[in-house]
Design a protein around this ligand. Sequence first.
Ligand SMILES: Nc1ncnc2c1ncn2[C@@H]1O[C@H](COP(=O)(O)OP(=O)(O)OP(=O)(O)O)[C@@H](O)[C@H]1O
Length: 256
Amino acid sequence: MGTEDKTVSRKNNNVNALELKEVTSGYSYNRPVVEGINLQVPKGGFVGILGPSGSGKTTLLKIITGLHKPWYGTVEFYHYNNGGKPVIGYVPQVESVDWTFPVTVREVVSMGIWNQSGTGPMINKVAGEKIRYVLENLGIEEYMTRQISELSGGEQQRVFLARAMIRFPDILVLDEPTSGVDYNTRETILEVLANLNEKGTTIILTTHDISGIAKRLPWLVCMNKHIVSEGPPTEVLTTENLLETYGLVDTESVGR
Ligand SMILES: Nc1ncnc2c1ncn2[C@@H]1O[C@H](COP(=O)(O)OP(=O)(O)OP(=O)(O)O)[C@@H](O)[C@H]1O
């Protein structure tokens, strides 16, 4: 059975890692950027969110991670083993982070486990080993002591992924994890994510890359302020859905 079947069947087993009900939110009064969002993400699911610039994808991810609050509606999480909230790892868009101050890869990654890694510049042995393990997994162990500002976009992207992975999250949320990276980096990132998903991590990512990423994922959500459609790529990546998602509906042909 392929990953696709597995994820789709999980979608139907009624165990959700998280569920958004009627979520509406935004940044200025009376101008919601996401509206009436109903979304269920199954435990162990791998979900891609597609939509044009400004369609509310990042806002939705921030609502899931708790960085931005819904105006209306609720976000509910599955109660993980410890009976509490899941550990959520968040990988922001690389371009949204300004690393002008001097900080090494090792220090950035250790921020993911700040309270376990020792105080200040001292990173304890266990944390140091975890950091090395995760960096090796991502093929960037040789950058350990480099300044983050010296790295390329694709390398920085993997450092942020490492920072989120080091917490061994139950849910990993990534904002355009492959934007601006080359083919090999994209494949490495996708392979790492597929392995984490195989081990049970629930993954939610946004992407603009339809052929390189979206159509290879088991479940897609198309959004443009509202959810336009969701389902497996074969059902969702239709011309009609994409035109509606990207606001390119041919008004002449529909007689408007
Ligand atoms: N901090 C903020 N303050 C005010 N408006 C914001 C803020 N963040 C986002 N917005 C606005 O909310 C809308 C949705 O933005 P969001 O970043 O969620 O879209 P997106 O789909 O992730 O876009 P992109 O693909 O370009 O990253 C946009 O119109 C944006 O200008």
